[in-house]
Design a protein around this ligand. Sequence first.
Ligand SMILES: O=C(O)CCC(=O)C(=O)O
Ligand SMILES: [Fe+2]
Length: 314
Amino acid sequence: MGLGTQLKLPFIDFTNLDQNTKTNHWNLTKSQVHRALEEFGCFEATLSDIQPELHTSVFDSLQELFDLPLQTKLKNRSIKPFHGYLGQYPMVPLFESMGIDVAPNPDKAESFTKILWPEGNPKFSKTIQEIYEKLSKLDQMVRIMVLESLGLEKYMDEHMDSTNYLLRVMKYKGPETKDTKLGVDSHTDKNLVTILHQNEVDGLEVQTKSGDWIKVQLSPNSFVVMIGDSFYAWTNGRLHSPYHRVMMSGDNARYSIGLFSIPKAGYVVKAPQEVVDDEHPLIFKPFDHFEFLQFYYTEAGQRAPYALKAYCGV
Ligand SMILES: O=C(O)CCC(=O)C(=O)O
Ligand SMILES: [Fe+2]
């Protein structure tokens, strides 16, 4: 990278796009999405139709949630990986996170809320439900665009029905030192697509294929869309799954919210034959995502430079 060049993520405008009306705007956006995901595995999406009040109430709600006493936060338990309370790790002391099992019906957000506020907190559950609806719509548009771009429309229903959503919220304390401190170590996501949104404190960094780190700067109506290893595998490497990390500086806490589309347990992630040919030999054998995650948490999985390759690389 040349001196003085500030690397940036591709920027794509999703304002007023609708998956049910395939206009020129849709087709143009689709080719931008395809190019960005091939090259960076990631882009910044703007949704100017998002109400500024929603952004404010999401981050007020996250602050209220993480301000609860630790004993209360620990009540959010789950046997599923990444779904419960995570935090208090000596390697990443600034980081805390909670998973929220969400679904299109508002009851799920409400039952999560009841665990933490037995007396109820209607503003919190309404906010969570609203942001979940916006993020899941964006996830679906991106996945439809990817399948259309790769000529894989015939797999659309199977693909869209093969996933569940996890909404996860994160807090990274400001290190309150002059130095930059690690918020979350460099990793690739293991799911299909991740959509991230944050308060006004930046910190996310995404690595390019050539090894440079892009410092992501977001506005209140922009979102990061990122490909995870499962989509990299399903598209047989047509999309990139980027390494990323969070680096914190200054005094202020960064809050972020992520929607993760995850292959359902028992669904076998298998690249369609249309994306496998002499030029693109199969990269991964078919795998069950949950079994892969179990491997990922073993010592061998943690030690492997690239866990999915160690698990089922051809
Ligand atoms: O907080 C963020 O922006 C990134 C979090 C992240 O990379 C993850 O949860 O996988
Ligand atoms: Fe991540």
